[in-house]
Design a protein around this ligand. Structure first.
Ligand SMILES: C[S@@+](CC[C@H](N)C(=O)[O-])C[C@H]1O[C@@H](n2cnc3c(N)ncnc32)[C@H](O)[C@@H]1O
Length: 309
């Protein structure tokens, strides 16, 4: 399936794009957001990051048709600051992160992200990395599996599922997503299997987060993004589940706190120190009804935006 960019209008508007500005898209995907940024630049420049080679190749074709004012960097967005500094870019006007798996990644049976296809256990966004879902499922200890399923999948039956995985892999390695779905189903009580939604959804989410180190990467990238902003520069981040949104919310909230002052020393109104950053939207932005009607992926999307003063 083609990738439909989520919260496209809202996120592009929120960046307040200047035609001569320097912008960064940390998650190029299929260049949905990047195309919109690039269209708005005249003398400005756009730097795009992705770890997926296919995303880079496909997006390059799309962006080339718009203008030459862009550079694609194949790197994890945790290195956004280092890689831009290496290119002589110290500060930027705007940064966008649209976190998660793209539809083409999810819908490609070869990539092993989906429980809808029976494929090799993979789930790597960066296909050159060595850790994949096969290793996690076949090599992680019981306690580690429980931790992942519980913390990243919020799976109530983490222990039961981890026990079933352990039992099965002593007989033979677990090779495919189909096998894993059957093992998960065998560990869940009948009343849970009868519930709405796929029984492997939470476990697959947990595995994907572990394989791609998604939460830790998001935390690092958000902090680096804030450091990179010029005064009046903005950072917009779209997330798709509560664990991710909590990370962004906390970092943005702390950045927008005024510096601590000695309460015993009275200050005039104009002497009170201001925070270095301010939240652009106090309340999180979610998809409009129109977007929700067209794209189910937008349901859990949340956009937060911050500006450097
Ligand atoms: C949801 S898609 C972005 C879609 C894009 N905004 C669009 O409109 O086409 C997320 C993309 O970010 C990439 N990605 C995920 N984690 C990454 C990371 N740590 N560093 C760089 N790219 C990453 C994925 O490979 C995927 O292509």
């Amino acid at each position: 399936m083609e990738h439909r960019s989520v919260l496209l209008q809202e996120s592009i508007d929120s960046l307040n794009i200047r035609e001569d500005g320097i912008y960064v898209d940390g998650t190029l995907g299929r260049a949905g957001h990047s195309s919109e940024i690039l269209k708005r630049l005249t003398s400005g420049h756009l730097y795009c990051f992705d770890i997926d080679q296919e995303a880079i190749e496909k997006s390059d074709i799309i962006l080339k048709k718009i203008s030459d004012n862009y550079t694609i960097i194949k790197a994890n967005f945790v290195f956004i600051k280092d890689r831009l500094n290496q290119l002589g870019v110290e500060k930027v006007d705007g940064i966008l992160l649209d976190i998660g798996v793209s539809s083409p990644q999810f819908d490609d049976p070869e990539r092993g992200f989906s429980y809808r296809y029976d494929s090799r256990l993979d789930m790597r966004m960066d296909q050159s990395q060595s850790l994949d879902a096969y290793k996690v499922i076949n090599e992680y200890e019981f306690n580690e599996l429980v931790r992942i399923l519980r913390n990243y999948g919020e799976e109530k039956f983490a222990k039961e599922i981890a026990r079933a995985i352990e039992k099965e892999r002593t007989l033979a390695p677990i090779e495919t997503t189909g096998q894993l779905v059957d093992i998960i189903k065998s560990a869940l009580p009948a009343r849970v299997l009868r519930k709405k939604g796929h029984p492997a959804k939470q476990s697959f989410q947990a595995l994907r987060i572990e394989v791609n180190n998604e939460l830790e990467n998001l935390k690092i990238a958000t902090e680096k993004a804030l450091e990179l902003l010029k005064p009046r520069g903005r950072c917009a981040i779209i997330t798709f589940h509560s664990l991710e949104d909590e990370i962004v919310k906390k970092i943005f909230k702390e950045a927008a706190l005024p510096p601590v002052t000695d309460k015993r020393i009275p200050l005039k109104a104009d002497e009170i120190p201001q925070s270095e950053y301010q939240l652009v939207n106090k309340k999180v932005i979610t998809a409009s009804k129109e977007e929700l009607d067209e794209n189910r992926r937008a349901q859990s999307a949340k956009l937060r935006v911050i500006e450097r003063r």
